[in-house]
Design a protein around this ligand. Structure first.
Ligand code: GLN
Length: 496
């Protein structure tokens, strides 16, 4: 290892520095808080930063380290996407509707990470209510991609992705309903994993589309993601879809040495859905991902063409289901119990209408209207039910594919980060960008994105790996092997 600046270090290097008392958790938190202060005005990755709270958490982490009771994340700074409820500080979902909302409790993920001793620096920006692919619909303004001013960070967890990419924080949480961890990870040149549906409790995670939402992890590398994810999973009785299975130590699995050092991925079959590489895919992305697949072959993996015939219908199915669920989930924001309430109204119905019209932005309103429409009498069968049937067919495609391969590889997104505003007038064009990520949520499978190169404009390109249920360790290990022979994950954007 060269003497890279400490803010650039991996979580395991930070761990060692903390344990060997080369740096205290308070010093580490201060260093990242100072970076946020210096650079976030250009990125807008954070909605809330709470220095005092962070330093108080860091002090108790230092005490724990001094007692030799530190776990893997004790004293490590992180940030939470602002959909995770955090007791005592704002949880806004990047919406005017919740711009005054302070949660009385912590999300399960937040309390697990607190128990682990991680130090939360603040809450990151996102598309309003996690609806979007660019982080431009935030009430707090768009997130800027650290790789290029004037470019989107991806979405909806773009604030977390941009913050990790610019090293304003080493690791961060996100949520992924149709790609919101993987796509911003790809746009910002970092690694992000969305686990199997049910692995991470959704308790206290403000819902976008409940049957698709899943908490996930961002880090510079698969190793960092493994460390974070291990501390986010675990059965929770408060989420009826939480799965009761033993917590895995992904970091230990990823860190174990391969039995065959010359072919560390020997025996692994990677399915390549050829359709994913044809229509609508930008040439630079195709070539870059294909070159990365050649590296996987060099690591010993076998590549095999596979067919996912129904996946081309994933985007319409996803948007019908996601909007239907969102329209139902968002009925709770009525201006009565919490959240924004219009200043003036004539009666109760007028208060609902004005509060919701003022509180929600255009994209959220579009989804509530469309979602209500597809669920309404006379249209339910034609849209919602059809979409559920497609969901079943897409899930069966994956089941068949995993009978002949261990992982599936594809581009993460058909495009790299675009210029701010470039897609704002064409929501359908933006929706179509979820073609490679949304089928994974429809099937409830785990998926990961890692950087695999850059386009001519210097913007990062991501490769997506999809695994069978509960194959997080396999996904992270494969990405880690790739990162052992490449340095894309070590490249940093031009932020000082
Ligand atoms: N881009 C997708 C959407 O707009 C995914 C969002 C997400 O995963 N939260 O719905």
């Amino acid at each position: 290892m060269t003497s890279a600046p400490i803010f650039d270090a991996s979580v395991s290097v930070l761990r060692r520095a903390l344990d060997e008392k080369e740096i205290s958790s308070v010093e580490l938190a201060s260093l990242f808080l100072d970076r946020i202060e210096a650079f976030d005005s250009g990125l807008n990755a954070f909605i809330t930063v709470d220095r005092d709270r962070a330093l108080a958490e860091a002090r108790s982490a230092d005490a724990r380290i001094a007692r030799n009771e530190a776990g893997p994340l004790t004293g490590i700074p992180l940030a939470h996407k602002d959909v995770f409820c955090t007791e005592g500080i704002l949880t806004t979902c990047a919406s005017r509707m919740l711009s005054n909302f302070v949660s009385p409790y912590d999300a399960h993920v937040v309390s697990l990470l607190k128990q682990a001793g991680a130090v939360s620096l603040g809450k990151t920006n996102l598309d309003e209510f996690a609806m979007g692919s660019s982080c431009e619909t935030s009430y707090y303004g768009p997130v800027i991609n650290p790789w290029k001013p004037g470019t989107v960070a991806g979405g909806s967890s773009g604030g977390s992705a941009a913050a990790v990419a610019a090293r304003l924080v080493p690791i961060a949480t996100g949520t992924d309903t149709g790609g919101s961890v993987r796509q911003p990870a790809a746009f910002c040149g970092i690694t992000g994993i969305k686990p199997t549906y049910g692995l991470v409790s959704r308790y206290g995670t403000i819902a976008c589309a409940s049957s698709l939402d899943q908490g996930g992890a961002f880090g510079a590398s698969a190793e960092d993601c493994a460390l974070l994810l291990s501390s986010m999973t675990g059965f929770d009785t408060r989420d009826s879809t939480s799965l009761d299975r033993p917590v895995e130590d992904y970091a230990a699995i990823v860190g174990a040495s391969a039995p065959d050092a010359a072919r560390p991925l020997g025996g692994l079959t990677i399915g390549v859905p050829r359709d994913f590489f044809s229509t609508g895919l930008n040439d630079e992305i195709r070539t870059t991902v294909e070159n990365a697949l050649a590296q996987y072959r060099a690591l010993g993996a076998t590549l095999r063409d596979i067919d996912l015939p129904n996946v081309r219908l994933a985007v319409p199915a996803y948007y019908v289901i996601a909007m239907a669920e969102a329209s139902s989930n968002l009925t709770r924001f009525d201006g009565v119990r919490y959240g924004h309430r219009a200043a003036e109204y004539t009666d109760l119905v007028d208060m609902y209408c004005k509060s919701r019209s003022e509180g929600f932005g255009a994209e959220v309103q579009r989804r509530i209207l469309t979602g209500t429409f597809v669920l309404s009498h006379g249209y339910y069968d034609a849209y919602y039910l059809q979409a559920q049937k497609l969901r079943r067919l897409i899930t069966s495609d994956f089941e068949r594919a995993f009978a002949e391969c261990d992982l599936i590889a594809s581009p993460t997104s058909p495009a790299t980060a675009w210029a701010l505003g470039a897609m704002s007038d064409d929501p359908v064009q933006m929706y179509l960008g979820d073609i490679y990520t949304s089928p994974v949520n429809l099937a409830g499978l785990p998926g990961l994105s890692h950087p695999c190169g850059f386009n001519a404009a210097g913007l990062p390109i991501g490769l997506q790996l999809i695994g069978n249920y509960f194959s997080e360790a396999r996904l992270l290990t494969a990405a880690h092997r790739f990162q052992q022979i490449t340095d894309w994950h070590l490249r940093r954007p031009p932020v000082a």
